[in-house]
Design a protein around this ligand. Sequence first.
Ligand code: UDP
Length: 315
Amino acid sequence: MKKILITGAAGFIASHLIKKFLDEGESVIGIDNFYTGSKDNIKPFLSEKNFEFFEHNVIDPYYFDVDEIYNLACPASPPHYQRDPIFTFKTCVFGIINALDLAKKTGAKLLQTSTSEVYGNALVCPQDEKYFGNVNPNGIRACYDEGKRAAEALICDYNRLYGLNAKIARVFNTYGENMDINDGRVVSNFIVQALEGKDITIYGDGLQTRSFCYVKDLIEGLVSFMQSDFAGPLNLGNPCEFTIKDFAQYIIKLTSSTSKCIYMPLPQDDPYKRKPDISLAKEKIGFSPKYKIEDGLEKTIEYFKKKISYKNTSV
Ligand code: UDP
């Protein structure tokens, strides 16, 4: 049985990772400070004998004797990571330093969930791992983008200096069950607005693009990557690309909603085109997303329907 530490354990992606490991009989330690994570996401695991949870902020050092570390702790939705940008920056930088120091002490493997945001407002599309990006270091997204870039630099230096086995996964837009209803990102906003018959809020002209990966595909990618000999950086995502305007219409159709689209100002530095080149992931770890967008969205819509009806009956 492996001992696996997951930081950001109460987050949406972590909840799927924990479930997979517990189902496979592994032992999991989760830590989270509930800045954006939700107690509901870990509730199903608290009674499991192979799961331990500690409320802890990754900015402060911690010690657990583990074999693998998945560093997922960080607010990831623009409105949330911009709420307290200095906290976000510290979470990225002190968070990875503490995870790397633990890997150094214990000899554990480490996987960092970096982000497509390291490419910034990319001037190439699709984005491959060789592209160094186009990030505004002074803008409102910099706390996250530059924080995650700094974390990548630290991982590479620790690997070079101390021979660690620390990996960089660049996670592209991911959606699925256990996303927070108030997450603020496009998939959850549009589905919740459509289900509630509210206006769908398109930022800018809606011609910017994103490519959406169902969470279970991402989880397969993260776990295969951890087991591989490759250190990355490695893109993980689904090249299934939509303009935001088309995505709004698609959600309206899938939910049979009567909602109308309204246009709002585009946030500063919002990337114009985002689509992962996943050929390296295919080559190195055999990664290939299996879920079609309509299937992943159908599951996500069902999940949000339940969340909304629970919210409405509990007020
Ligand atoms: N977006 C939108 N309406 C919303 C939320 C987001 O039009 O209610 C747009 C946003 O401006 C961006 C894209 O959808 O162009 C994806 O935004 P998200 O916050 O999901 O994540 P990002 O990929 O920008 O980190």
